[in-house]
Design a protein around this ligand. Structure first.
Ligand SMILES: Nc1ncnc2c1ncn2[C@@H]1O[C@H](COP(=O)(O)OP(=O)(O)OP(=O)(O)O)[C@@H](O)[C@H]1O
Length: 311
């Protein structure tokens, strides 16, 4: 890869006695969204905290734009914006006060601060809340302010640790759109334990399991690898198996409980929209639709086994 914005070499971290991550190698290009996918405890936050200079690694090196993060932390950190899993928001500050404080922490020259804060607020859609206390913002807007602090100093790399966690479905859609927008002119690394979210947003995927990278390739390669999929649907007024099987793309239908059904399908991910549309049209009263978690576990298992065999 030409001039990667991030280069990670043999990165390992041990908190106490056991290793949280082990021998992670990674290169990330200068534009677009890369998804770091892994189940809870896989090592995503540890990797991101080290990558952003919030945690010192036990072994290995991180280079940001060619600068060794450990040797020149101040210089390297100027190029990074970070939204940790628990955003460092100060509830008693207004949005403007908080962003001014954050810009100061990033050592922005005073004369550049005001226009930079205005731009970050506009991009994140919080300019109309400039004088509002952060404690009086909804979860979705707090997250937007968290993203605004991550981009205020115009970093070349933005790292977002599970940014949609805890948000309601509308807020999730809005925050996803915002992440897409901020990735138009920089690299964004985005962690999630939700496969569909990574599939929607990312051009590249790094999958981490038990502290090791088990898959690293384009989203297309990943989608080819993991086909076929299955989905779980919760329907308050479910149709018969045969009626559901008639939906285009559905290959097999299994009722798990009276109202929960596993739907197997081939290839196309538009199946979600097709099933949602069919359920609205036919009054099946869809309550929930999600990628089959057991299928995801199966993928993790396959990939983990592959890695341990390769090592
Ligand atoms: N401060 C800590 N002290 C000791 N062990 C820790 C600490 N933080 C994380 N760990 C352990 O390191 C491993 C990786 O944790 P990490 O938080 O990086 O995973 P994660 O993929 O971000 O998970 P989650 O999605 O639940 O945040 C886990 O086994 C976790 O229990």
């Amino acid at each position: 890869m030409d001039n990667p914005i991030v280069k990670i070499e043999k990165l390992s971290h041990r908190y106490t006695s056991s290793w949280a991550i082990r021998d992670i190698n990674m290169e990330i290009g200068s534009k677009g969204i890369v998804g770091l996918l892994g189940s809870n405890g896989a090592g995503k936050s540890t990797t991101m905290n080290i990558l952003c200079g919030s945690l010192n690694q036990t072994e290995g090196n991180v280079y940001i734009n060619g600068i060794n993060l450990r040797e020149q932390p101040e210089l390297a950190k100027k190029q990074i914006g970070f939204l940790p899993q628990n955003p460092p928001l100060y509830m008693d500050l207004t949005v403007d006060e908080y962003l001014t404080y954050c810009a100061g922490l990033r050592l922005m020259p005073k004369d550049k601060m005001r226009p930079a804060i205005r731009e970050a607020k506009e991009r994140c859609g919080v300019d109309h809340f400039s004088n509002r206390l952060i404690r009086n913002l909804s979860g979705g807007y707090r997250q937007r302010v968290g993203i605004a602090q991550a981009i205020v100093h115009k970093p070349a790399l933005v790292v977002l640790d599970e940014p949609t966690n805890g948000l309601d479905p509308n807020q999730i859609t809005e925050v996803r759109a915002l992440i897409k927008e901020i990735a138009t002119d920089r690299a964004v690394i985005f962690s999630s334990h939700i496969l569909t979210e990574v599939q929607i947003l990312c051009k590249e995927i790094k999958m981490i399991e038990s502290g090791r990278i088990v898959f690293s390739d384009s989203m297309d390669a990943f989608n080819n690898y993991v086909e076929p999929h299955s989905l779980l649907m919760h329907l308050e007024n479910p149709p018969s198996e045969s009626e559901l099987a008639q939906v285009a793309g559905v290959t097999k239908v299994e009722f798990v409980t009276e109202r929960q059904v596993r739907v197997h399908f081939t290839g196309e991910r538009e199946i979600t929209e097709t099933l949602v549309a069919a359920s609205v049209q036919k009054g099946w009263r869809l309550q929930e639709i999600s990628l089959d978690k057991s299928a995801l576990d199966e993928i993790f298992k396959q990939l983990s086994n592959q890695t341990s065999l390769n090592n």
